[in-house]
Design a protein around this ligand. Structure first.
Ligand code: NI
Length: 173
């Protein structure tokens, strides 16, 4: 397993709509392994394939706390098939937008259809942090970042900061 570089804002790949995964094969399993490794190393609780530069509909999540055993979950071609009218607010962050955190309001519960690592069709009712996390990650598959849920002013401030940072890094490289 390899730790892959995480794509950061304002890389345009983050705006791409990811394409469906066609086969659950060894290559996909290797990518899933790398994604877990990359996410644990960061550390983070969720990672979409597009965040390692591969625009495929695949994401990994592990919500286990540091003192709990790992609970790795991979979601292939995930799709929200139901959302609650009730909303909840969490302070979100993103490995592609380091050190930025803000409150995002989303449906409190969702039902998600997906294919698991063995290629089986599954359905999961998600509540609490899981509901927020999976909606954040599925947004990535559609080229949407959590800052797209903030006000235009806040979003443009974040984009400007990261654009400047990327320019400085290019100049010193
Ligand atoms: Ni994210």
């Amino acid at each position: 397993m390899t730790i892959r570089p995480i794509v950061k804002l304002p890389d345009p790949v983050l705006k791409q709509v990811s394409q469906p995964v066609e086969r659950v094969d060894d290559e996909l399993h290797a990518l899933v392994g790398d994604m877990f490794q990359t996410m644990y190393d960061a550390p983070g609780i969720g990672l979409a394939a597009v965040q390692v530069g591969i625009p495929r509909r695949l994401l990994v999540i592990d919500l286990a706390k540091e003192d709990q055993p790992k609970d790795p979950m991979a979601f292939i071609n995930p799709e929200i098939v139901w959302s609650s009218d009730d909303l909840s607010t969490y302070e979100e962050g993103c490995l592609s937008i380091p050190d930025v955190f803000d409150n995002v309001e989303r449906p409190a519960e969702v039902k998600v259809k997906y294919v698991d690592e063995s290629g089986k069709q599954q359905e999961m009712h998600c509540t609490g942090l899981m509901a927020t996390c999976i909606q954040h990650e599925i947004d990535h598959l559609n080229g949407i970042l959590f800052i797209d849920h903030l006000s235009r002013l806040k979003r443009s401030m974040v984009v400007r900061k990261f654009t400047k940072l990327a320019r400085q890094q290019r100049e010193t490289a």
